[in-house]
Ligand binder design. Sequence first.
Ligand code: SF4
Length: 187
Amino acid sequence: MGSSYSINSIASKISKCTACELHKNRTLTVPGHGHPKSKLMIIGEAPGNNEDKNGLPFIGRSGQILDNLLNSIGLDRTSIFITNMVKCRPPENRNPKSMEISQCSSFLDMQISAINPLVIITLGRLSLKKFLPDIPISKARGLVHQWNNYKIFPVYHPAAALYKPTLLPKMMDDFKKISFIINEFGN
Ligand code: SF4
């Protein structure tokens, strides 16, 4: 499955979007970053303050944890694509509202279609909900699920490890499984 839009042209559309109220307070849109044909697509929740200022996803403390998790399985940002459910920062870093997620979802769908990844890793509860709305993250994490043509692999959000460091070993175990999945299904 492919998209008629490239990742760059989708980013250009996002940069002009005023579909939801999140556009009012943004500095920059944060469309996503990485390899446009990656086997691995990572979807978080929403940009934070650093991301809003720089237009890049996951560059704060959560991003450092994510980088460490990726490095632990021999990956880095050049080989994956990272984005969020919404492309503009919610005020005060609140969670994006359902309406905002739904108004931004066509961009995410276009990105999934353009990248056509082997595996989609969802970070946290809100991105899991798009694909598997009825399964709590505690039950869904660390397992491969099927959604349309894609394998979905939910993990906890890296920010959760900032507040609850005991989650980190579980996240490291989950990331180890990702390399097995790529090796098993990726060739
Ligand atoms: Fe548009 Fe998405 Fe930004 Fe809302 S969050 S203004 S839908 S790009």
